[in-house]
Each structure stands twice: as structure tokens, then as C-alpha cells.
Design a protein around this ligand. Structure first.
Ligand SMILES: [Zn+2]
Length: 267
């Protein structure tokens, strides 16, 4: 689930900045502000620089993706200036466009913790019946708990969980709910942080959530757990099929997507 906004993020700017100085120290705070300012400079560069990059979620083109700036960590060149997509959203976007084309007219889609970048991808298929749910105010259509969904069984053709499951303490209940609301012939798509070599190594769970609120990093046993929910499970590597030039253009790299397909009923 998307993290509930912290009390700190709701404070007015000046007290918030003073709190940052307390956490980071004067030098750390100055560095943080400089990193934020650099992103403003990159936005100006994008007005005049060559359009080397493209975002498939929103269609933005420009010279450089923005840096992802957090108080103690900066990841350079990964955020779309228009829709805030990150590499995982852009890699998933290409997969979704192809997948949505296979769905029947008026197919129903359930999207947890809807990221703005991916909502734009679904909006390109206006015939979809789209429902975006979250536990907090970020919900587009409905507030709901992924471990107790207010939907009848076999409602959705596609259920998408992108970097949600790792925040859920009882992820077995969440997986069961995802499988329950998926119609026969439909699919559950799961992206989540994984261990290295997740195709062969199991999930590592934490006794308490880490600094990002994650209870675990997933491994190959997630496939077994999807199978236990009577879904046919497989793992695909997003963006791996793209030529290197296109991976660079979109600033994406191979990312694992866990897929659970509910077998269709025999006709
Ligand atoms: Zn974008």
C-alpha cells in the first residue's frame, strides 16, 4: 500500500525545512536543497536540449529524466518530469499496452495504489472498466484494504499490484484476495522489490518493516505461493526484450514481473 503521508510531509514548508536541518545537519540540508535545485535546472535544459529520452507512459520527450531526490539518497536520471514515472513504470507500460490489447471490450481492471504514470496507460484504453483503490487518500475510486476487498469473487480481468505487496504485513491474505477477485482467464500482475537472483533465491522477510516500510524482498517462492492460490505462475523480465537503444531511451532496465493466470473454465 502506498505509505500514508507522514505528519512531517503535511507540515508547512518552514517547519518542515527546520525539521530537515535537524535530521540532516546544515551541510546535509544544503546538499539536499542543491539536489532539488539541480532538478529545476534539468527542467530548463529539457526545454532546449536534444530529446534523447522518451516516457511511454505520458509521451514526454526530452534531454534528461530528473533525479529522484530523497533526504539521504539521490538516484540520478530516472523520474519523468511530466508524469513522475520511474523505470519500473516505464518498463511495465510497454508490457501493459500489449496485454491490454488482448483483453475483451469492457474488461475490468483493478489497480492497487494507483500511480499516476500507470493510470495514464490505462486511460489510453477508454473502454476498460478501471477501478483504482488504495487504503488512503491516494485512492482514485475507492478506499479499500487489499486483504479484505469489497468486491465479489471473479470480478476483474486484470489485477495489478505494483510495489504494494511488500508494504502489506499479511501478504498471504492479500494474494488470496487478488486471486479471489480475478475472473477465470484473467491475470494477477505483481511487481515488488526482490532479492538478487530472484529466479532461484527465496524471499527474505524482515522482523520489522525496513526504513521504506517493506516487510520483505521477494524471491522465487512467490511463484509457488501464486500456484497455491490456483493461479498458473510465471516470471517475466520487463524491458529485457527491448533493444539496448530503446532501453536507454526509456531509461529502463530488466525488472521482474510475477504473473498469476487463473485458468479459464472449460467451455
Ligand atoms: Zn511520463
Amino acid at each position: 500500500m502506498s505509505p500514508v503521508p507522514s505528519a512531517d510531509s503535511r507540515r508547512p514548508a518552514i517547519p518542515r525545512d527546520l525539521a530537515r536541518v535537524g535530521r540532516l545537519g546544515a551541510a546535509g540540508y544544503a546538499r539536499y536543497r542543491w539536489m532539488r535545485l539541480r532538478n529545476r535546472i534539468f527542467r530548463l535544459v529539457n526545454l532546449v536540449g536534444p530529446a534523447r529520452h522518451r516516457c511511454p507512459c505520458c509521451g514526454w520527450r526530452g534531454a534528461r529524466f530528473l533525479d529522484f531526490v530523497r533526504e539521504t539518497r539521490v538516484t540520478p536520471g530516472i523520474v519523468c518530469p511530466r508524469c513522475r514515472s520511474q523505470p519500473r513504470h516505464r518498463a511495465l507500460s510497454a508490457f501493459l499496452v500489449d496485454h491490454l490489447a488482448t483483453l475483451p471490450v469492457d474488461a475490468a481492471v483493478l489497480h492497487f495504489a494507483p500511480e499516476r504514470a500507470l493510470v495514464r496507460v490505462f486511460a489510453q484504453s477508454p473502454r476498460l472498466r478501471y477501478v483504482g483503490v488504495d487504503r488512503d487518500r491516494r485512492a482514485r475510486d475507492l478506499r479499500a484494504d487489499v486483504t479484505a476487498l469489497p468486491f465479489r469473487a471473479e470480478t476483474f480481468n486484470l489485477v495489478l499490484s505494483c510495489h504494494l505487496l511488500e508494504h502489506v504485513r499479511d501478504d498471504t491474505a492479500a494474494l488470496a484476495e487478488m486471486a479471489r477477485v480475478t475472473i477465470p482467464g484473467g491475470s494477477v500482475l505483481i511487481m515488488a522489490p526482490t532479492v538478487r537472483d530472484c529466479e532461484t533465491r527465496p524471499t527474505i522477510a524482515f522482523a520489522e518493516p525496513d526504513w521504506q516500510g517493506h516487510w520483505r524482498n521477494y524471491g522465487c517462492d512467490l511463484l509457488d505461493r501464486l500456484e497455491a492460490m490456483k493461479l498458473r505462475a510465471r516470471l517475466v523480465w520487463l524491458a529485457r526484450v527491448l533493444p539496448p537503444g530503446q532501453q536507454a531511451e526509456l531509461a529502463v532496465h530488466p525488472e521482474p514481473l510475477f504473473i498469476g493466470e487463473k485458468p479459464a473454465r472449460p467451455s
